[in-house]
Each structure stands twice: as structure tokens, then as C-alpha cells.
Design a protein around this ligand. Structure first.
Ligand SMILES: Cc1cc2nc3c(=O)[nH]c(=O)nc-3n(C[C@H](O)[C@H](O)[C@H](O)COP(=O)(O)OP(=O)(O)OC[C@H]3O[C@@H](n4cnc5c(N)ncnc54)[C@H](O)[C@@H]3O)c2cc1C
Length: 815
């Protein structure tokens, strides 16, 4: 340990667990940063030392899978650099399936693995038996096997990373407890510790389950909850091979790994126990909870069913330790929205050992460059909102997520806990009309409407689900008459100030309207030319703009904009989400219906596509935007919240006799897939440029205006495209596309679907995905290939589309 406590560091990392050590290692190795690591007790003494050490890699996000693959490469090779072993053993991982839904899940998982460049095999019960003879396999449908997964020693990896970090110049201080921060103008200027204060350029909070309270010291919300997690270590088990694969047996909620001739096994119970709702004690060092055999019994009896030989094997030790879990089961990474130089890497949901190497790698890059190096949206701290400051809510949702860790992952599944939480004023009315709600960032949103006599409840399955036909009816109403959507959960911001136009032109890739009363659809790009946000900007006045974005992107998009306002610009950004409810009236009859509620001219000439006007609807002054995400004539009506009920009633009263139907988010998804509208986070991400996504038309490259991402796009524009977003329909009508299906061009891997669903107008499954080729991906390259999609391991013929799959030809949308 280094003795004299330093006065300054470029980067202060808080926490000497695997995440802090990995982040410090990468900061020092890759960025030559002057790094100090502060650990209140001893390195590894938090959650890291008692982890079981299973290392799995496959996730539903390509980037996170990449992060975990990196961990494995690092653990394989670290010893060569540091001389300290990591205990890495590539045993492979078997996942067992005992029912058809689970088997379908694995067929899809194996396809995802193929899409992400990983090998995964599906095995018969007899092949499983050969690989792990001690397993009871009579009840198995089969198993998946991922040969490159394995196990490692958590403490050894961490010590090896710490040594590597020191070799590259990082300094570690044990017994240095962080007790506060000095904050000036939104920047942390120094970290206060029990050994003294240290001034700093940036801070990285890797304090494990303490990260919430460390965050709170700086006003940063880190929504995680410590939960008790148990496993046991057995005596030597006769017949157990030292290189036996790790086992995950989700239907019995258990996992196993070999350890010095015995087994380590534990599980994810449906009734987990959280630990403190208050602060975690500082003195919790190399500590465990008392053994809780009563609670563990469910895992014990399931383990005996799977490995009967355990009956005669003694238990050497029980580990009952705390680990931080999060409300959606993903970890928490990145730049805290509340401060300008405060980063977080915490909440690892019992896969911190598997993630540690890769998470430290990407976090270090994020810290040094101020921008995530790849699409890390699923783990980004900005996916949370003010809702996540409610500890009781976070606890409740986190326990549900923990309990679902091993349940079958059905498409479209919704969480049930902590609901309803945030509701639109229309909630009771929509409920009375049969709405089946989903939840997004706490908001209840109608997914679909159950007709008379049908329960508004989702019945999940791997095939078509019970709502399929009802969503079809909503879809058809939007195409043939009109549909009304309550989209009040949209995030809404206002930018005001004399420099607002110049600021938005710098932040947005598209040209900001030069006259009031017009709107524009635009992407916000990062410096690599990747798409960080996808939203609408309406100009209400010379110095007043209204910005509308997706419900889930509220925190992310707000702070992306705020962070990129040039320092000399005189503007203010305000979040007005709760001030306005949004009703989207969409479909060929939308104009006729709306006209009957307003005295304003909304004729084709009087209210053009892209107009943003104040109109009077049923006596309320409404911000009406002529825009659509469903490919029909339509209006987004942003109504002062107190008038939302009136406007809804007026529209329904006039519209229902004409065929207006209430519709939900599942209909929106189907409609937008047909029209080819891109969804941020799926089809367009920070890894995709507008040129690749077919959105080059929405970028002002022809103008001379500078904007973020311009330089990168100009460089990309003169080079051949290596990928292009393409729509697909399948020849077979019955396949269920959910995303991540592999795209084959002329029988060879060409990419994977980023979105999947069904188009009720074209009566076909629809998917979108990037067709990739290291050469040049041109329209001709796309259309001259013969395509198949691999759907749950089955090849299905597909037709590529470079134009909208369904394009309504009515005059109103063409205007
Ligand atoms: C029983 C159990 C089994 C597990 N099995 C697996 C597994 O098989 N595979 C897997 O991938 N993961 C597993 N995990 C999860 C894994 O242990 C964690 O995800 C990982 O250790 C988290 O590392 P960390 O660095 O975030 O946190 P920690 O290891 O807890 O490190 C945080 C550090 O911050 C320090 N700190 C806190 N407050 C302060 C302060 N004020 N000032 C200075 N320092 C401070 C703490 O002392 C601590 O050392 C398991 C967890 C448990 C509980």
C-alpha cells in the first residue's frame, strides 16, 4: 500500500471490489490516467470475496454480451501480465430445460448467440448425461451448452486487477473511507475521506451496495437494493469431474459449479429477502449473515432432485452474503445526470464477477472521454428517473426482478409490482374501456384494449399471445378510420432563450425550423456520428421550442441536451412532462373528427404536415403537432393537463360513431414496423449512424451549420457503408419475431434483427436489422441477396425491403 495520502488525483475511484479495481486498471493501462483508489476497509472485503465465481456471457444486448466476452478474454490473459492467477477455468455452461417454453427460450437464445458471434449448442438429455453423469436427466427436454463460459476466483481476479493497476501507476489506499464531497457549480472538486481530502478531476463511485449512500452524499441517485443471496459448498462429491461444466437449472431455480472436488450450489428464490433499507453499515467487512437454512431449503431440495448423489454429501459451508440488485436486473453504469464529473459503476445483480473486466473497460473509457464508447443504454444510469428515489418502490421492484431471474423470459412480459404508480388523468376512463396497461418508467400506459367480455390481462406464451387479434382490430381502425392513443407519458421539454435556435442547431442533426409553427424530426448524435437521441422539436416562438421524446428516455435525453449546451449560450431547458397530457389522434378520419372539435382551420392547406400550432379544442388551448409514428394522417394533441379529460370526451363523443377506436402501444408497434419508423434503443442506437439507419435525409450535411457528430458523418459519408438497416417480411405468416433473429444472406451470416413484430395490414411478420458486409452495403447489394431469418434455430425465407413495407396512399399523409 502507498503510505502518504495524496492531495490530488485526476480520477478518484471509490471502492476496492472487482469493479473499482477493474476500472482503475483500465484507467491506468488504457488512458495513463493518474488514478487513486479509495477503499474503506480492505480490497475485496465487500461483496466480491464471497462470490461464487460463475462467469456467463450471453445477454440480450449485443454490446453487453461484448462487455462480458471481454471479461473472459481478460481473465484468461491477466496472469501473463501481473503474475497473479485469476482462477479462470473454461468449463462451459449447461442450461437445463424441463418444459417446452424453456426449450423455445433456449432455441431463441442459441439464435441470439449466433447473432452475437458466439457458439451455443442445443443438446439432448442423453448428451447432457454424458457431459455431467451425476445429473438427473429424465425430466429434461434438453439443454443449451455455451462452451466458452466458465468460472473464476473472484478474490484472485480482483487482486490481479489491483496489481495490474498498480503496475500502470494507480495508487490504492485501504482504510480510506469516503465521508463526503466538495461540490462547486455541479462539479465535485474534492473527495473527503477519513485520511484527509483529495482534490480530483473526476470521481467514479464503485462502492458496491454502498454506492447508493455514497451517491446520496453528492446528491446522486443510485437506485439499488442490497439483497441476501445464499449458496453452499459441499464436501467432495464422488464422480464429479474437475472440469465439469457449470450448470444453470432455471426451472428448479438453482445453479451449480465444481469447486475442489465438491459442488457450489445456490439459487434465485421467488421470495428473496432484502437487507437494509437504510444505509449499509460501514464496518461490514469480510462479513456474512447467519446461515438461513429454512430459507435455503427450497434450493436444497431442488438440488437433490437434480443431483441425487448430494444426498450422501456433506455441506462444508454456507455463504449468506449481500449483493446489490436493481429494479430491472441490469447494472448501473455511466455519467450521473446530477453532476458533471461523477460516474457510477454499481448494482451488479450477482453477475459482477462475470461483468467486472468488461464493465471496468467501458467505464474507464466513458470517464475519460465523457461519452459511452458503445451502446450501453440498457445499463446506463440515465435510464432511471425521480421515481427511483423512492426506496420502498425500488426495493419492491428489485425483489420482483430478483424473483424473476430464472423464470422463462416471455416476450412482452411486464413487471407487476409497484403499480399503478404514475397515471395519466385518463387512467380511470381508459380502464373502464378495457385497457390492459403496461408500465414504462413508472407510467401506466394502455398496451391494448379488451373488448366486452374479454379480460384485460396478458396471457404470456412463446407463440402468439391472447391480445393478438384485439391489437389487430386497433391497428385496422387506425388504418381505416381513426385511433386514439393516450401518450401522456411522452417526455416533454421546453427550451427558451435568445440562443435557443443556435443551440438546438448545434445539438440536433436536422435543421431546426426557422419559423414558428413548424416542427422537425431529428437525431442527436455523439462525436462518432452515432444516434444518442431521436426526437421532435417544435418551434413555438422565436425563442421558445417544445421538445418531445419517448417516455423511457426522459432523464437520458434531457441531460444529453443540457450537457451539450455550449457554455456561452443563453438558454434554459425545462422539463414540462407533467404539464401536458398527450392524445394522438391518428388515421384517415382524424382530420374530420378533430375539425368538429375546433374552430381553427385544420384543412390540408391550413395545417400542413410538420406544422405545430396552438388550436382551440373543445375550449382548451392545445399544442397540436401534425406528425405521425404510425404512417397515417394524424395529430399529436398536447393538452394542458387539466383539460385532458374534456378533450378526450369531446373526441370520443364525435369520433366513436365514425369508427374512432381507442388503441394502445402494441398497435403503435405494429403500425410503425409497417411504415419503417425506427425505434431508438433497438433499430437506432449510439452504435448506428443516420447514414446506416436510412436517416441521412434528416441530417443537415448540405448546410454549413456545425453540429455534434458532423465531422464523423462527413468522414463516414465518403466511405462505403458496412451496414444498412433493412426491413424484412417472412414468407411464412405464422413465425413470431421478437428481435435478435439471425439474418442470413445467400446462406451466410449478415446480421441480426433489432426489432421484430407483426404487421396486421400486410398480414406478415416484420423485422428490421442491419445487413452487414465489410465491403460496401448498397441498395443493390441488399436487393440482390437471397435472405433467410433464423427464428428459434429454424430457417425461414425472408424478403428484404428498403422502402416502407406498408405505405398508405391517402392524400393526407403525402402532404
Ligand atoms: C452469495 C453471492 C454469490 C455471488 N456469485 C456470483 C457469481 O457466481 N458470479 C458473478 O459474476 N457474481 C456473483 N456475485 C456478485 C458479485 O459478488 C458482485 O456483483 C461483485 O462482487 C460486486 O463488486 P463491486 O466491486 O461492485 O462491489 P464490492 O465488492 O462490494 O466492492 C465495493 C467496495 O466499496 C467499498 N466502499 C464502500 N463504501 C466506501 C466508502 N465510503 N469509502 C471507501 N470505500 C467504500 C467497500 O468496502 C467495498 O470493498 C455473488 C454475490 C453474492 C452475494
Amino acid at each position: 500500500m502507498t503510505s502518504a495520502f495524496p492531495a490530488h488525483a485526476d480520477v478518484v475511484v471509490i471502492g476496492g471490489g472487482i469493479i473499482g479495481c477493474s476500472t482503475a486498471y483500465h484507467l491506468a493501462r488504457d488512458h495513463k490516467a493518474n488514478v487513486v483508489v479509495l477503499e474503506q476497509n480492505k480490497i475485496t472485503s465487500g461483496s466480491t470475496w464471497h462470490a461464487a465465481g460463475l462467469v456467463g456471457q450471453l445477454r440480450s444486448s449485443a454490446s453487453i454480451t461484448q462487455v462480458l466476452k471481454y471479461s473472459v478474454e481478460l481473465y484468461k490473459n491477466l496472469e501473463k501480465e501481473t503474475g497473479l492467477q485469476t482462477g479462470w477455468k473454461m468449463t462451459g455452461c449447461l442450461r437445463l430445460a424441463t418444459n417446452q417454453d424453456r426449450w423455445t427460450e433456449y432455441q431463441r437464445l442459441a439464435t441470439t448467440a449466433q447473432s452475437f458471434g458466439m457458439e451455443m449448442h442445443l443438446l439432448s438429455p442423453s448428451e447432457v448425461k454424458k457431459m455431467f453423469p451425476l445429473l438427473e436427466t429424465n425430466d429434461l427436454v434438453g439443454a443449451s451448452f455455451l462452451p466458452t463460459d466458465g468460472q473464476a476466483s473472484p478474490s484472485d481476479i480482483t487482486q490481479s486487477l489491483a496489481k495490474g493497476a498498480r503496475m500502470h501507476g494507480a495508487k490504492f489506499y485501504e482504510g480510506a473511507r469516503v465521508i463526503g464531497f466538495d461540490i462547486v457549480d455541479g462539479f465535485v472538486t474534492s473527495v473527503k475521506t477519513t485520511l484527509g481530502n483529495i482534490s480530483c478531476g473526476r470521481v467514479v463511485n464503485c462502492a458496491g451496495m454502498w454506492a447508493r449512500q455514497i451517491g446520496a452524499m453528492a446528491g446522486v441517485n443510485v437506485p439499488l437494493q442490497p439483497v441476501k443471496h445464499q449458496y453452499v459448498i459441499t464436501e467432495t462429491l464422488n464422480g464429479l469431474a474437475r472440469d465439469a461444466p457449470t450448470i444453470r437449472d432455471p426451472d428448479l431455480r438453482t445453479y451449480f459449479k465444481e469447486e475442489v472436488g465438491g459442488l457450489v450450489f445456490g439459487g434465485y428464490e421467488p421470495n428473496p429477502k432484502s437487507w437494509v433499507l437504510d444505509d449499509v453499515p460501514e464496518s461490514f467487512e469480510f462479513q456474512l449473515f447467519d446461515d438461513d437454512f429454512d430459507h435455503f431449503e427450497q434450493h436444497m431440495s431442488n438440488a437433490l432432485l437434480r443431483i441425487p448423489a448430494l444426498e450422501d454429501t456433506g455441506i462444508k459451508k454456507m455463504i449468506n452474503g449481500p449483493e446489490s440488485f436493481t429494479p430491472d436486473g441490469n447494472f448501473i453504469l455511466g455519467a450521473a445526470p446530477e453532476l458533471k464529473n461523477f460516474y457510477v459503476g454499481a448494482g451488479f445483480n450477482a453477475f459482477g464477477i462475470a461483468s467486472g473486466g468488461g464493465a471496468g473497460w467501458v467505464l474507464a473509457d466513458w470517464v475519460m472521454k465523457g461519452e459511452a464508447p458503445t451502446d450501453l443504454w440498457s445499463v446506463d444510469i440515465r435510464r432511471f428517473s425521480a421515481l427511483h428515489k423512492d426506496r420502498a418502490w425500488v426495493n419492491e421492484r428489485t425483489l420482483e426482478a430478483y424473483g424473476k431471474h430464472y423464470t422463462v423470459g416471455f416476450p412482452h412480459e411486464e413487471y407487476l409490482s409497484g403499480r399503478p404508480r404514475i397515471v395519466s388523468p385518463l387512467y380511470p376512463m381508459l380502464k373502464a374501456k378495457g385497457a390492459c396497461f403496461g408500465s414504462k418508467l413508472g407510467w401506466e400506459r394502455p398496451n391494448w384494449f379488451a373488448p366486452e367480455g374479454v379480460d384485460p390481462i396478458d396471457h404470456y406464451s412463446m407463440g402468439r399471445q391472447n391480445w393478438f387479434d384485439h391489437v389487430g382490430a386497433e391497428h385496422r381502425a387506425v388504418r381505416e378510420t381513426a385511433g386514439l392513443f393516450d401518450q401522456s407519458s411522452f417526455a416533454k421539454f421546453e427550451m427558451k432563450g435568445p440562443d435557443a435556435e443556435a443551440t438546438l442547431n448545434f445539438i440536433c442533426a436536422n435543421k431546426i425550423p426557422s419559423e414558428a409553427g413548424r416542427l422537425v424530426y431529428t437525431q442527436l448524435l455523439n462525436t462518432r456520428g452515432g444516434i444518442e437521441c431521436d426526437l421532435t422539436v417544435a418551434r413555438l416562438a422565436v425563442d421558445h421550442f417544445y421538445i418531445v421524446t419517448g417516455t423511457g428516455f426522459r432523464t437520458h435525453d434531457f441531460h444529453w441536451i443540457v450537457d451539450h449546451i455550449p457554455s456561452k449560450m443563453n438558454v434554459k431547458l425545462i422539463d414540462v412532462t407533467e404539464d401536458y397530457g398527450t392524445l394522438s389522434l391518428m388515421g384517415p378520419l382524424s382530420r374530420a373528427i378533430l375539425q368538429k372539435t375546433t374552430r381553427n382551420d385544420i384543412s390540408s392547406a391550413g395545417f400542413k404536415f410538420g406544422d405545430a400550432k396552438m388550436i382551440d379544442v373543445s375550449g382548451h388551448l392545445v399544442r397540436a403537432l401534425r406528425v405521425t409514428y404510425v404512417g397515417e394522417l394524424g395529430y399529436e394533441l398536447h393538452v394542458p393537463i387539466a383539460g385532458l379529460g374534456d378533450v378526450y370526451e369531446a373526441l370520443m363523443q364525435i369520433g366513436e360513431p365514425l369508427g374512432l377506436k381507442l388503441a394502445g402501444y402494441r398497435a403503435i408497434e405494429s403500425l410503425r414496423l409497417e411504415k419503417g419508423y425506427r425505434a431508438w434503443g433497438a433499430d437506432i442506437t449510439p452504435n448506428d449512424s443516420p447514414l446506416e439507419a436510412g436517416l441521412g435525409w434528416a441530417v443537415k450535411l448540405k448546410s454549413s451549420v456545425d453540429f455534434i457528430g458532423r465531422t464523423a458523418l462527413e468522414a463516414k459519408r465518403v466511405k462505403p457503408l458496412t451496414k444498412m438497416l433493412v426491413g424484412f417480411t417472412t414468407e411464412r405468416e405464422d413465425v413470431v419475431l421478437v428481435g435478435r433473429e439471425t439474418i442470413l444472406r445467400d446462406g451466410k451470416f449478415a446480421g441480426y434483427l433489432t426489432s421484430g413484430g407483426y404487421g396486421y395490414s400486410v398480414r406478415k411478420p416484420i423485422g428490421y436489422g442491419y445487413v452487414r458486409n465489410l465491403g460496401d452495403v448498397t441498395d443493390n447489394y441488399v436487393t440482390t441477396g437471397k435472405y433467410e431469418l433464423v427464428v428459434a434455430q429454424e430457417r425461414v425465407k425472408a424478403i428484404p425491403h428498403l422502402k416502407p413495407i406498408y405505405d398508405p396512399t391517402n392524400e393526407k399523409i403525402k402532404v
